[in-house]
Design a protein around this ligand. Structure first.
Ligand SMILES: Nc1nc2c(c(=O)[nH]1)N[C@H]1C(S)=C(S)[C@@H](COP(=O)(O)O)O[C@H]1N2
Ligand SMILES: [Mo]
Length: 526
């Protein structure tokens, strides 16, 4: 009997310890949030640890995460961190029941991990960034110490219900901790949202000027009337998002500045948003593509962008392209969250519409897409050109500096590869026999699309009908009327670009410079 009851009481203590650990972890996160909220929400422990994990994730794993979880990859990462944290918290809680100091020290250790992560972030603004993690850890350690004390058995006077007393004390302490931590967390959230409000207001108050050079009229026939085909212009709400930001930077346009400096810059300058908006703006339809886009993948979108021609700013700064004697061959754009992207200076000044965009489809950039200003360069994958939340432009050389993704095995330079995608029918669709419209989009920014062909099973390549071409920097729709016969069929598409080069069949992975190969869709005609 003695054995059973002591086993039971040990189980109860372990359960109380686990609860104490979870409450302590919750307290730590809530207090960290409270401290981070008013100062810098981006310095919160989950954000900084998540960011550190993202930065250290091998390219192949990251690729897998993007492939598997798509744009939910960040949520999955943060959930993963919370689950691991919860498991450790349970362990520390159980430990703390018998070794209070050790449990509390364990929590402090985690605070140090958070602090180290905060200080190692590229956007760290100083030692203050360690404060949320440290304050959270102190609060968490304290909570664990007190709760563990209450959960520990009190040496009961003979015959008295000491165990019961201790449990009531524990429950009271636990309830107080839960309420206090929840309030701290809620207050932190409130500060965070209030901090973002200045940025939100600055976006609402931003009036986009009329472009000095409007987008060339889009020919009537760019949009085919085929159900299921991707729209020619991607609405902002449906535009893919790829970035490493665990909390989307909310930049106040009023205090935002853009600095241009570096090698070969004879007139370094800093611009305000009003100075940029006062310049002659151009408006262009440009299709942006991510290097992580698999063949047939969704990370491509087309929008009407409004912005300042980048080459003008560079010329004013005294920059010359390498072929004209310039000393810098790489432009490194840096964002407020410390991301760096490098583009060839030669490309930026070769006459293409490289812009610092302020507008997207008629409105200021959404926060997700880089408000207040982002870079955009037709023909280059996003990771070597499309810096969102940009705040610094440094002229340098490819020899002297590797930006973020290049440090992680991606190519230094990455022009967009010719690609075509079947939007309809969808994979494994079951279209009825007879006339079936196969349709989709093809893109080869800077070169344009001159031909799209479809192959049914192992049959001959057949020309698809092309929609009107808006310009060489946008994708182009196509459609093909297929006379579907019963059975399983494999539909394959390939495009030819404006230089006459056909899209290669050779399948490559996305790393290091973008996927190649043909897109196929298997359908069954009943
Ligand atoms: N600051 C910042 N800018 C960034 C990135 C990023 O992670 N951080 N990702 C780049 C990548 S890989 C791509 S493909 C484009 C995507 O832009 P979008 O999210 O507006 O579609 O942004 C680029 N600009
Ligand atoms: Mo990308």
């Amino acid at each position: 009997m003695q054995d059973v009851s002591s086993f039971r009481s040990r189980l109860v203590r372990a359960a109380l310890g686990a609860l104490a650990g979870l409450l302590a972890a919750f307290t730590a996160l809530a207090v960290a949030e409270l401290v981070a909220g008013p100062v810098r929400p981006a310095a919160g422990p989950v954000t900084v640890v998540g960011g550190a994990v993202v930065d250290r994730t091998p390219a192949a794993v990251k690729d897998f995460a993007i492939r598997t979880f798509g744009e939910n990859d960040k949520i999955v990462l943060q959930l993963g961190i919370l689950v691991i944290l919860a498991l450790i918290a349970v362990g520390l809680g159980v430990l703390a029941v018998s070794h209070r100091r050790a449990g509390a020290a364990g929590v402090m250790l985690f605070g140090l991990v958070g602090a180290a992560a905060a200080l190692s972030r590229p956007d760290s603004t100083g030692t203050g960034d360690a404060l949320p993690s440290v304050a959270g850890a102190v609060a968490g350690a304290l909570a664990l110490y007190v709760l563990a004390s209450e959960a520990a058995p009190v040496p009961a006077p003979a015959g008295a219900g000491g165990g019961a007393w201790s449990r009531r004390g524990f429950l009271t302490a636990a309830a107080v901790t839960a309420v206090a931590a929840t309030s701290a967390g809620a207050l932190g959230r409130y500060f965070t949202s209030r901090k973002g409000r200045g940025a939100v207001a600055s976006r609402e108050n931003l009036v986009l000027p009329k472009p000095a050079s409007p987008a060339p009229a889009v020919p009537a026939g760019v949009q085919l009337k085929v159900p299921g085909i991707t729209a020619f212009t991607t609405p902002n709400s449906g535009f893919y998002r790829v970035d490493t930001a665990l909390t989307v930077p909310k930049v106040d346009a009023g205090t935002w500045r853009l600095r241009i400096h570096g090698k070969g810059v004879t007139r370094p300058r800093t611009y305000t948003i009003d100075q940029l908006l006062a310049r002659p703006l151009i408006e262009r339809d440009i299709t942006l593509t991510c290097v992580s886009n698999e063949v047939g993948g969704p990370y491509v979108g087309n929008a009407r962008w409004l912005g300042v021609p980048l080459a003008d700013l560079l010329e004013e700064a005294g920059v010359r392209p390498p072929t004209k004697g310039g000393r810098a061959d790489q432009l490194v754009a840096r964002s407020v969250d410390g991301m760096t992207l490098g583009s060839p200076v030669e490309d930026l000044m070769d006459g293409r519409d490289a812009i610092l965009a302020v507008g997207m489809n008629g409105e200021p950039l959404p926060f997700d897409h880089g408000f207040p200003v982002r870079m955009l360069v037709p023909g280059l994958y996003g990771y070597v050109s499309a810096c969102k939340w940009i705040e610094d432009i440094e002229l340098t050389t490819f020899d002297a500096y590797d930006p973020y993704w290049v440090k992680r095995k991606w190519a230094r330079t990455a022009p967009i590869k010719t690609q075509s995608r079947i939007d309809t029918p969808k994979p494994f669709a079951r279209p009825a026999a007879g006339a079936v419209t196969v349709a989709g989009v093809a893109w080869a920014q800077r070169r344009g699309i001159t031909r799209v062909q479809i192959r049914v099973d192992d049959g001959p390549w057949q020309d698809a009908d092309l929609a009107a071409q808006a310009g060489t920097d946008t994708w182009r729709q196509w459609s093909y009327r297929w006379n579907a016969t019963p059975g399983g069929h494999n539909l394959t598409v390939r495009a030819t670009d404006g230089t006459g080069q056909a899209q290669t069949e050779r399948r490559t992975r996305t790393v290091p410079d973008g996927a190649s190969g043909w897109h196929s869709v298997f359908v069954t005609v009943p």
